[in-house]
Design a protein. Sequence first.
Length: 60
Amino acid sequence: MIFKEPTSKFIKVCCPKCKNNQVIFGKPATNITCTVCGKILAEPSGGKGVIKARILEVLT
């Protein structure tokens, strides 16, 4: 049996305001905010999210 690989990934980002590192989902359904300062890090766009922070690493 052959299984499809998932196309969604988790992303490690750095907040541009407070430099907090946080792991977020690459296809968010809601706005994702920084847990420290509350700045929006990602917004939904129907598929892949609009990432508004610096991407440090894509986790598999």
